[in-house]
Design a protein around this ligand. Structure first.
Ligand SMILES: Cc1ncc(COP(=O)(O)O)c(C=O)c1O
Length: 377
């Protein structure tokens, strides 16, 4: 049974503005689906930004139980935290590589840096020389996104990889796609071709190119290891096609007040919403300080008993006003909860209304919510 379809487990968020429920079973099921789709490639789990805002202390062990043993973080600090959470044999990569002076942290916590520029190659080579052993590292190359990784000029400057790779233990050659969520974007094939051309100089080194969306671009993009993040958390990797993944996040916000207003009454900051008749307004205890974007002012909605209740007026820091006229009075009590994310409202739909992407909605979800985890062992 899909627990998210039956939110009866959500008690009143009496002390907080809302209850955020993370379905770890759904995340594990999404991992298993990605393993199926990865066609034999290793499926890593991307844990940066605290597992996209969902809490890596719970998400990473759930993924480990589902069979995941390779994880990616962005920063050294995140990697150090994750090392204390995942099973000892897990591999923990740090995507941003080793900033000067951090190699001791990498070694102490057995973190594997992703080397992105000649300075990081030199930093890690020097750390290996000091340690007296060749320590594992991934090498990232820029295949056309111009964001991270060794650029063609860097590769030229470094010279023959057989020389500079000898200073450490290279374990992965990786790159990242700019447009994987648009399957027929011409840059996908161009980046893959550039990646293949670069790979020719790194014979035998396992390769990785795919994020969530690229897992679905076909076998040519999967190589030896894929690095999904968003898809684990239920974000649709192929906007425009049906989402094959399970929804993993539920957000239920508490109603603080309900009032009736008459025609002509203004609602919220800036008086941007003016009632065009007698309306019922419910104020909920979630606002932009909780990550419910101000861009949703007058655009987004919440749901009560499967009925859409639109946001009326501006999203405030700690509260939002909803037009709940369509809901019978007897149902509306201060303390009851309304659905902001759940079976009727997917994170991707909220993102679209806010003019952003599901990644931003998830990673902004606030620290003030009561958090519950389904499927914790
Ligand atoms: C280098 C790299 N690999 C993998 C990922 C995971 O991407 P996604 O969440 O789209 O699966 C990211 C996230 O942006 C990334 O920067």
């Amino acid at each position: 049974m899909n627990a998210l379809a039956h939110p009866s487990h959500v008690a009143h968020a009496a002390r907080t503005g809302a209850v955020l429920t993370v379905d770890l079973e759904a995340i594990a099921a999404n991992y298993r689906l990605l393993v199926e789709r990865a066609g034999g490639a290793v499926v890593a789990g991307v844990m940066k930004a605290d597992a996209y805002g969902l809490g890596m202390d719970k998400v990473a062990p759930a993924l480990a139980r589902a069979g995941c043993s390779v994880f990616f973080t962005a920063h050294v600090e995140e990697g150090m935290r994750l090392r204390g959470i995942v099973p000892a044999a897990s591999i923990v990569y740090v995507l941003h590589g080793p900033p000067p002076g951090t190699s001791a942290d990498f070694i102490a916590h057995r973190l594997v840096p992703v080397l992105n520029d000649p300075g990081q190659v030199r930093e890690w080579s020097a750390a290996c020389a000091r340690a007296g052993r060749r320590l594992a590292a991934a090498v990232q190359v820029d295949s056309g996104m111009s964001r991270m990784g060794l650029a063609p000029a860097d590769l030229d400057a470094l010279g023959d990889p057989r020389d500079w790779l000898a200073a450490f233990e290279p374990v992965l050659l990786m790159s990242h796609l700019a447009c994987a969520d648009v399957p027929d974007h011409p840059l996908n094939a161009r980046q893959r071709q550039r990646f293949d051309a670069i790979r020719a100089a790194f014979p035998g080194l396992p390769a990785s190119l795919a994020n969530s969306s690229a897992v679905f671009l076909g076998p040519d993009f999967r190589y030896d290891l894929v690095r999904p993040g968003a898809a684990l958390y239920g974000i649709n990797p192929q906007p425009g096609s049906a989402n094959p993944l399970r929804q993993a996040v539920l957000l239920n916000a508490r109603i603080v007040q309900v009032r009736t207003i008459e025609s002509g009454a203004a609602v919220g900051y800036g008086a941007r919403h003016v009632a065009d008749g007698s309306r019922r307004i419910a104020t909920i205890a979630v606002g932009y300080a909780d990550g419910w974007l101000r861009a949703l002012s007058g655009r987004g909605a919440a749901w009560i008993d499967g009925v859409r209740v639109p946001i009326a007026g501006t999203v405030s820091m700690d509260s939002i006003t909803l037009d709940v006229t369509a809901i019978p009075d007897a149902r509306l009590q201060p303390g009851m909860t309304v659905e902001l994310l759940g079976p009727h409202q997917h994170v991707d739909a909220v993102a679209e209304e806010a003019g952003t992407i599901g990644y931003e909605v998830l990673t902004r979800l606030g620290s003030r919510f009561e958090r519950r985890y389904l499927g914790e062992s």
